[in-house]
Design a protein around this ligand. Sequence first.
Ligand code: SF4
Length: 337
Amino acid sequence: MDKEEILYFLEHPDEEEKLFRKADEVRKNRCGNDVHIRGIIEFSNYCCRNCRYCGLRRDNVNLNRYRMEEREIIDLARRIAATGIKTIVLQSGDDFHYTRRALCRIIERIKQNDDVAITLSVGERPFDDYRAFKLAGVDRYLLKHETANSDLYGSLHPGQTLEQRLKILAFLRDIGCQIGSGNIVGLPGQTCDDLCADILLLEKLDPDMSSVGLFIPQHDTPLSNTPAGDLQTALRVLALARTATQDAHIPVTTAIVTADPETGLVRGLRAGANVIMPDFTPETCSREYAIYDNKIRITLQEAKEAIRTTGRTVSKTRGDSLKQNSCTYRDIGTGKA
Ligand code: SF4
């Protein structure tokens, strides 16, 4: 799609059924009917950054902070693998309490225990950390670009730049990680042109995974009084991300399901998504992973029900990248990649 066509669909909600059908057709042709289930462990809600929209920001003193022990994370990964899930997503705030060595230990143990893929999402780190994570066995790294408008990015992420984010993604791809990027829909001040730029950036990045979130305010942040983003717009952006990135793996994000707990999963799957990520974080911790208000907890059962409702099938594979030029198994000089 060119810029005019993307803007047309963003600005014409009345045409969204046409867009959803088109995206679903692309999904079917390029990804098939399998839906990949990835099990998430949100192992720490500490964060050294101060993103203005996020409840984990370091200045939020009202949040009860937690860190899971290495052993707890490894044991939980085993239990997730025992359900048949083939990808473990390890996610946290930018928390340097977990050193390079500690994260490598966790990654190595999980890979020794089970034949699973690991997606890591621990934010911005020194490049040598990423190299070490890859050598330890990480398969994929998720680092959303959040918004392609660099001024908006700068105003929402104090001390961080979009340029650095994109440099990290390029580096991760170079060292052989499958990469995931994506945006947030409904950020304050965001325009249709910005969303169009997000889609065009995704097309250019051609990531192995694309993710479309939705801004939902968190009561202890500077944006607590900002209205939430529009769910229908987020679904249209998801559909446009599918048409732009073709065979990328696209999840129905938790934010979309939070905005529509009853039917969000099904609507996301019908708008072009092919991944669901149920949350396996222990409940006492999960309720403190308060990146936005009323964040829902997607269960494995809900994921399977939504897949059944849409007439699709649960994938039995790891769901690695479908990209022809994917770096998944590229040797980076150690024989371990
Ligand atoms: S968005 Fe990520 S980096 Fe920013 S404060 Fe939240 S957890 Fe930290």
